[in-house]
Write a protein that binds this ligand. Structure first.
Ligand code: 5AD
Ligand code: SF4
Length: 455
């Protein structure tokens, strides 16, 4: 029998990284690696990093410094993800005790990299001898990943598309994740079928530009299917009751996808559709390839198709050249749409992106001020959206344990968090909760019905 080795993975950033971390654990399990909760004493430590904003990147270097004292002869330290991709050589220089640096497209080769790091370790005399794998291989990692080894519980992420060809002028993703790629329908279907057999009831289909999905058709058909058709196909799987997807781009919201919200009961009434700014001038400078008007038309149509659809977005304040007037346009758009939730950020200039070289960078104090105003408005909307649920009975999939004994939490169809006090038998099940209380971040109330066990 193989002796268990300990694997610690820390995940930063987006859901795609959460998915990737799970797949890395799957790949390493046959080599005897079992997941552990702390880096101390681990045989392999992987930091699965995020490069989207400066803060995320700095965090990686400070965490490396924190892990360094635990590093002994036995431990292999790897930096994976988008910082690895963007800054490979720099990491090796700044933190020569790192053994492996890899990008998001090469993690299927981890076993080989570990073997190389182990071989090299004895011979390693100084910096610059670590393993660096940051190319974009011709083969897709999806064709080389093993089946899932770890239980996913009742909800799971499934990556269906990766990369981005949009080149928004603020964003590093096209450089770190590479060109757009869609997995074939059959391979996704097989993965979701395995997950549902294992008890998964809700999947979130992931992609940097998930609604640009165009994967090879299944069922003997030729050509490609879009996201709407893919979801219709997945919805035929027994036991799969909820389908979500993120993140979408307004340019790729086609008719078939919008109609899926009307026609497929499993497709949840929730859409994360980042707009970034409400000013046409700024949208143009960001190279978003759509106008404010186009975005609002999409929202209107979606609401015709699915009256209760909850909306979410990302916003950036202080993009170069953003005036007070542009910022007002963003606030105005938010008032128009009424979001259920949203994420907002100060513009962070990223090396290698066109935005970083633009004139009229906005001073930090103005960004801070604008962000506070914007977040006040968004918080008020979120609070109002939650408050409107009081008195309603909503289905909640209880997929997480709360901090307190006997406390469970899950999401409504609109992606709100709901806390309940309940016996352990409810864990992993879909229940109806009569919402009695709402705060800005969560809902609570008694369970009024528990779904029947699905055989
Ligand atoms: N600065 C600030 N926010 C950014 N985002 C992406 N790049 C930057 C940047 N350079 C935000 C966008 C995107 C989300 C994932 O992160 O809003 O939708
Ligand atoms: Fe980045 Fe724009 Fe692509 Fe989204 S669409 S990943 S913001 S470049």
């Amino acid at each position: 029998m193989m002796t268990a080795k300990h694997l610690y993975i820390k995940t930063y950033g987006c859901q795609m990284n959460v998915y990737d971390s799970g797949r890395m654990a799957d790949i390493l399990q046959p080599l005897g690696y079992e997941l552990t909760e702390t880096p101390e004493g681990a045989d392999l430590v992987i930091l699965n990093t995020c490069h989207i904003r400066e803060k995320a990147e700095e965090k990686v270097y400070s965490d490396l410094g924190r892990i360094r004292p635990f590093k002994n002869d036995k431990m292999i330290l790897a930096v994976a993800g988008c910082v690895g991709q963007a800054e490979g050589a720099e990491i090796m220089r700044r933190a020569p005790y790192v053994d492996i640096v890899l990008g998001p497209q090469t993690y299927h080769r981890l076993p080989e990299m570990i073997a190389r790091a182990e071989r090299g370790r004895d011979k390693r005399k100084g910096p610059g001898r670590g393993v660096l794998e940051v190319d974009f291989p011709v083969e897709s990692k999806f064709d080389h990943l093993p089946e899932e080894r770890y239980e996913r519980g009742s909800t799971a992420y499934v990556a269906i598309q990766e990369g981005c060809d949009k080149f928004c002028t603020f964003c590093v993703v096209p450089y770190t994740r590479g060109a757009e790629y869609s997995r074939p329908v059959q391979s996704i279907y097989d993965e979701v079928a395995r997950l549902t057999l294992g008890g998964v009831k809700e999947i979130t289909l992931l992609g940097q530009n998930v609604n640009a999905y165009h994967g090879r058709a299944a069922g003997g058909q030729t050509g490609e299917w879009g996201l709407g058709k893919l979801m219709a196909h997945l919805a035929t799987l027994t036991g799969l009751t909820r389908i979500r997807y993120m993140t979408s781009h307004p340019r790729d919201m086609d008719e078939e996808l919008m109609a899926a919200h009307r026609d497929i009961p499993a497709v949840m009434p929730f859409l994360h559709l980042p707009v970034q700014s409400g000013s046409d001038r700024i949208l143009d400078a960001m190279n978003r390839k759509h106008t404010r008007g186009h975005y609002l038309e999409i929202i209107e149509k979606l609401r015709q198709y699915r009256g209760d659809i909850a909306l979410s977005s990302d916003f950036i304040v202080g993009f170069p050249g953003e005036t007070e007037r542009d910022f007002e346009d963003t606030l105005d758009l938010i008032r128009d749409v009424q979001y259920a939730q949203a994420y907002s950020f100060k513009y962070s200039p990223r090396h290698g992106t066109p935005g970083a070289l633009m004139d009229k960078q906005v001073p930090e104090d103005i960004k801070t001020e604008r962000l506070a105003v914007l977040q006040d408005l968004l918080n008020m909307q979120q609070q109002a959206f939650n408050a409107a649920c009081v008195g309603q009975t909503l289905p909640v999939l209880l997929d997480r344990k709360g901090k307190k004994e006997g406390q469970y939490l899950g999401k409504t169809p609109y992606l709100q968090s709901v806390y309940v006090e309940a016996p352990a038998s409810v864990f992993g099940r879909l229940v109806d909760v009569k919402i009695e209380k709402a705060s800005a971040n969560s809902l609570t109330g008694p369970i009024v019905k528990v779904e029947a066990f699905l055989q």
